[in-house]
Each structure stands twice: as structure tokens, then as C-alpha cells.
Design a protein around this ligand. Structure first.
Ligand code: AMP
Ligand code: ZN
Length: 475
């Protein structure tokens, strides 16, 4: 089939046409969440944009197999090998076991994804399911001389590679070599500063909850090894696209490539897709800041999660995005107008095939050109304004929604229903209050009657006594 999906490949630093290893089929891997807390809306920005990439590939005809891990062990507070185990931190915080925490936040993650219309990957595998695969990979790396044991742990020796810093160039490489780990404490067992842990047996947490037997003693895997093993388990030795947020580039993805290619003896993954961060106004979004932004928080403030999805789609995945309620309000308004407009279209007549093809091509071009989602949304507006019949517009909206997943055809009706149900709820409340006031007056409890009148006024409802009875109006 024709290969026409282009996007920025972090490995080559160029926008490239994605050519899969097998014609028409794409093997895609996504680094999944560390399930020690709710995902923040920054994490979910990455998953929304990766969902768009997957759906774009499917939209143009690829058969995609997408795999995602669930990190339920081994991810320490720093992405290098220091700090506290994130899962243990979650368990202590909530006085639960690590597995209870993992199950709870895995379910919470998929519930958020559902609300955001993010498709669940074809395969989802928790790291704790694959301990024997991790051990096998570490054994092979030791056999091949890429790994060494020190102080009870097994480390990957990054000096065995000609080019460890595959994602960086020149000056950047030097900076990574000397600078990047300066803020974290040194592990005296490491031969080289950039070496990383493949298997821990000795760590500073005596109370590490999950431990497994291994040829090197009872312990647990390093974080990076899980993505290498889980992807190979389900996608084989060659992969087309690997995704994650930009913070994953170093050290996580750099380490994944180091160990995978040393293990396999050949190139592993051709295209690396990275989503830039969502930041809050104070800077980087984080789960440890306490009151962090979640989908539930947005919902509690009256935002439809799909308005947040549209917020993400309106900017390019490679640019940092700053979150503010003011910007979200603007998008919310635009989203509601858009879906109401689509809801007002009449499902009559026949589809104009030429117009359908014209707009479908524009939409496809926008997405195929480095996943330009804001341009794709502009095509939606252009087609709604165009001089074509409603039936064609509805057919196009339905077709575009296969990728955008904004419930373009159904959200308008839902909104209308919500506003009528709010109206009827308010109306029955007002009528009940009027009745209550009538009773109070009958009982000569005028203070109560006045209080009810004031209560309604506070809710924006004015009542008037007329000869025909009590009437009310919204003020
Ligand atoms: P974690 O649960 O920390 O392993 O992260 C899950 C995903 O979210 C990873 O792909 C990260 O790269 C990504 N991520 C982390 N922080 C942000 C952020 N502020 N904006 C966008 N993506 C992020
Ligand atoms: Zn990963």
C-alpha cells in the first residue's frame, strides 16, 4: 500500500515517511503509565496524541498492532536508578499493598482513557507478568559481555556501545555525559556514570514489596528492561514505531535501545514518536506536587473530558503546551458550538461523492503531514462552512471522527439533552419551592415565605404573586 504518513522521527531528527517493515502492517509500542497515582492531564496529552497517530495509521489503511506495558515495578523516583520506588511510595501513601495500588490506578487510567476516547491498545501487559522474560534478557546480555554484576546488582555497561547517545548530537552528547546525572546521588557500583540497572538485588529499600528469585539473588527488574521485553514478546524482533513523552527520550528510550539492540544484534525500532509536555503555568506538571490536574478534577469543574481532548488537538504534538483554565474555557465554548452545529444538520439527501473526496483528502493530508491535528480541525470548520449539502457534511464529520474521536455526531444531542434535563430539574425545584411558600403563608409563617422568595432569587429566579397565582421568571 501507499506509505504516506509522515512524522518527526526523533532518531533521525527528520520528518520522514513511515515505511513499515511489513507492507500494510504497523508494529507500534507505547510506554504505559506508572500506576502509583492517577495520570495527570499532561500524561494524558501524550496518550491522546499517540491515539491520534494510531488512528491516523488505521484511517489510511494500515493494520496496526499496538502494545503497551503497565509499569507496576522498578520505576524509581528519578528516571535513572536512584530515589524511592514509585509503587512503594504509592502503597505507603495509601496504606495498601503495591498490587492493590497497581490495580486501582490501572483501572483509573483506563477509565480516564475511555472518557477521552483513547482506544485501549491491542495488548496491555503489566511488567510483573513478564519476570522470566526480563531474567532471560539479562542473562543473554551478561553472556554477550554487555552487562556486569556489582554489589549484587546487574548493570548494563554503556561503554560497550559505539554510540550510546543515539538520540543526541555533538554538544548535547557531551552535556549528557557530564551533566545529566549530577543532581542525583552516585551509585558506587557503576563502572561508568551512564550505566544503568538491569536487575536489582541490593537497593536502599529493605522493604521492597515485590521480589523474585533470579540467578543473581532475590530482587526485581530495572524499569527500562520491561519495555524491551514486553515489546519483543508481542511484536517480535523488529518494531516500526515506539512512542512516549519527550522525557522518555533520555534515559529511558536511550537505555531501551542500548539493551534491545545488544540483545538482538541488529537494529530494533525504526521510528521514534515523542510528544512534548503539557506544562502548567508554574512549569512542569507533576504528580508529586500534591493537587495535580486530573480528568476527574476537570469533570468536577464542569468540563467534558472531550473538550480537553480538543484542547490537545488544537496544538501540535511537538510543541510544549501550557494549560490554563482560560484557554480550556475557550476551547470548551468552541467545542460546544461545533457539536451543536453538527447536530443541527439535516440527515436528508444524498452524499456528494466529489465533495466528500475533496474534504477527505484535505483532512488526510493534514494528519499525514506530521500529525497536524489543528489543521485537521480547521478542515472540519471549512467543510461545515462550505457550500455542500448537510448529508455530505454529516458523512464527513462521521468519517473524520474515526481519528479525532470527539463524538462529533453524538455530543450535540447529549448537550441538548443535558440542558433540557437541567431545565426540567430547575423547574420542578422552583415549583416545589412555590408550593412550600404557599404552605408557609397559609400557616402565617411570613418569615419562612420571605426566606423562600430570597432563596429562589439567589438562584436567579424571581417570583411574583398575581391574581392568577404565583408566576416566576429567570432574572
Ligand atoms: P509515567 O506514568 O510517569 O510513566 O508517564 C506516562 C507518560 O506520560 C510517559 O509517556 C511520559 O513521557 C508522559 N509524560 C509525563 N509528563 C508529561 C507531561 N507533562 N506532558 C506530556 N506527557 C507527559
Ligand atoms: Zn518504556
Amino acid at each position: 500500500m501507499e506509505n504516506k504518513v509522515k512524522f518527526y522521527n526523533t532518531l533521525t531528527r527528520e520528518i520522514e515517511v513511515m515505511v513499515p517493515n511489513e507492507d500494510g502492517k504497523v508494529a507500534m509500542y507505547t510506554c504505559g503509565p506508572t500506576v502509583y497515582h492517577y495520570a495527570h492531564i499532561g500524561n494524558l496529552r501524550s496518550y491522546i496524541m499517540e491515539d491520534i497517530l494510531e488512528k491516523t495509521l488505521r484511517y489510511v489503511g494500515y493494520d496496526v498492532k499496538r502494545v503497551m506495558n503497565i509499569t507496576d515495578v522498578g520505576h524509581l523516583s528519578s528516571d535513572a536508578d536512584t530515589g524511592e520506588d514509585k509503587m512503594l511510595k504509592g502503597a505507603k501513601r495509601e496504606h495498601k499493598t503495591v498490587m492493590e495500588i497497581a490495580q486501582f490506578y490501572t483501572d483509573a487510567f483506563f477509565s480516564d482513557c475511555k472518557k477521552l476516547n483513547i482506544k485501549t491498545p491491542d495488548v496491555v501487559e503489566p511488567a510483573t507478568n513478564c519476570i522470566s522474560e526480563f531474567i532471560h534478557m539479562v542473562e543473554v546480555l551478561l553472556e554477550k559481555g554487555y552487562a556486569y554484576q556489582a554489589g549484587g546488582n546487574v548493570y548494563f555497561d554503556t561503554t560497550k556501545l559505539d554510540d550510546y547517545f543515539v538520540f543526541s548530537q555533538g554538544v548535547e552528547k557531551e552535556q549528557l555525559q557530564v551533566g545529566v546525572r549530577d543532581d542525583v546521588e552516585e551509585d558506587a557500583n557503576k563502572k561508568n556514570k551512564n550505566d544503568f540497572v538491569l536487575w536489582f538485588t541490593k537497593s536502599k529499600f529493605e522493604d521492597q514489596a515485590l521480589k523474585w528469585d533470579s540467578p543473581w539473588g532475590v530482587g526485581y527488574p530495572g524499569w527500562h528492561i520491561e519495555c524491551s521485553c514486553i515489546s519483543m514478546k508481542h511484536l517480535g524482533e523488529y518494531m516500526d514505531i515506539h512512542c512516549g513523552g519527550v522525557d522518555n527520550i533520555f534515559p529511558h528510550h536511550t537505555n531501551e535501545i542500548a539493551q534491545s539492540e545488544s540483545y538482538l544484534g541488529h537494529k530494533w525500532c525504526n521510528y521514534w514518536f515523542h510528544v512534548n509536555h503539557l506544562n502548567d503555568q508554574s512549569g512542569k506538571m507533576s504528580k508529586s506536587k500534591g493537587d495535580f490536574l486530573t480528568v476527574s478534577l476537570l469533570e468536577s469543574k464542569g468540563y467534558d473530558p472531550l473538550a480537553y481532548r480538543m484542547f490537545c488537538l488544537q496544538s501540535h504534538y511537538r510543541k510544549p503546551l501550557v494549560f490554563s483554565y482560560e484557554n480550556l474555557d475557550n476551547v470548551k465554548g468552541a467545542y460546544e458550538k461545533l457539536v451543536k452545529k453538527i447536530a443541527s444538520l439535516k440527515d436528508e439527501g444524498t452524499v456528494d461523492e466529489a465533495a466528500f473526496a475533496e474534504y477527505k483528502e484535505k483532512f488526510t493530508d493534514a494528519l499525514c503531514n506530521d500529525i497536524n491535528t489543528s489543521m485537521a480541525i480547521t478542515v472540519v470548520y471549512d467543510m461545515l462552512k462550505a457550500d455542500i449539502n448537510d448529508k455530505t457534511k454529516l458523512a464527513l464529520a462521521k468519517d473524520f471522527d474515526e481519528v479525532l474521536s470527539l463524538d462529533l455526531l453524538t455530543a450535540g444531542a447529549k448537550l441538548a439533552e443535558q440542558s433540557t434535563s437541567v431545565d426540567s430539574e430547575l423547574e420542578s425545584f422552583i415549583l416545589a419551592k412555590i408550593e412550600e411558600r404557599k404552605e408557609a403563608k397559609k400557616a402565617k409563617d411570613f418569615a419562612k415565605a420571605d426566606a423562600i422568595r430570597q432563596e429562589l432569587l439567589d438562584k436567579g429566579v424571581a417570583i411574583k404573586d398575581t391574581r392568577e397565582g404565583v408566576v416566576w421568571e429567570l432574572v
